[in-house]
Design a protein around this ligand. Structure first.
Ligand code: FES
Ligand code: FES
Length: 168
């Protein structure tokens, strides 16, 4: 079957999609967007987190057909279009992860960045409590960092957001 989906603001179509195929597979293997990572394929690790109609979801748990006509934003879609700071077009949440040293192997990072982005958007105007950050990221597993640097990155991104204009 054909699946039509808007991804990062662009209307896209994937052909020959099998009925049991996941949105994650379609994004990675058919639409050339490898940002969302495939680790557990069971909704356990959060590495595949993307926005679906504005809500973070595990793309491995969404059947491709369920995404028909809907809007997906992947970690690639968070990249800033203009890059006045010359930092590779990274979104401010991504820059905060780099600044805090919250990236080691990086496999969990795309999912964490999307989930952190959602939290920072939800709590715009304030820096969330650590417990709130931990709860928001509870579905995203990292084997490398021990999480402290990740929490620091979210704090940093939120603090920057309190003084900046919200961006998509
Ligand atoms: S790959 Fe989707 S939650 Fe782990
Ligand atoms: S940085 Fe390696 S799994 Fe998180």
């Amino acid at each position: 079957m054909r699946v039509n989906v808007t991804v990062n603001g662009r209307r896209m179509a994937a052909d020959d999609v099998w009925e049991g195929e996941s949105l994650l597979y379609v994004l990675r293997e058919r639409l050339g967007l490898p940002g969302a990572k495939n680790a557990c394929e069971q909704g356990e690790c959060g590495s595949c987190t993307v926005y679906l109609d504005g809500t973070p979801v595990c793309a491995c748990l969404v059947a491709a057909g369920q995404a028909e006509g809907r809007e997906v934003v992947t970690v690639e879609g968070l990249v800033c279009g203009d890059d006045p700071a010359g930092e590779g077009g990274l979104h401010e949440v991504q820059r905060a992860f780099v600044a805090a040293g919250a990236v080691q192997c990086g496999f969990c990072t795309p999912g964490l960045v999307v989930q952190a982005h959602a939290l920072v958007e939800r709590t715009a105007g304030r820096v969330p409590e650590d417990a709130e950050i931990r709860e928001a990221l509870a579905g995203n597993l990292c084997r490398c960092t021990g999480y402290e640097k990740i929490i620091e990155a979210v704090r940093l991104a939120a603090a920057q957001r309190t003084t900046a204009t919200p961006s998509p």
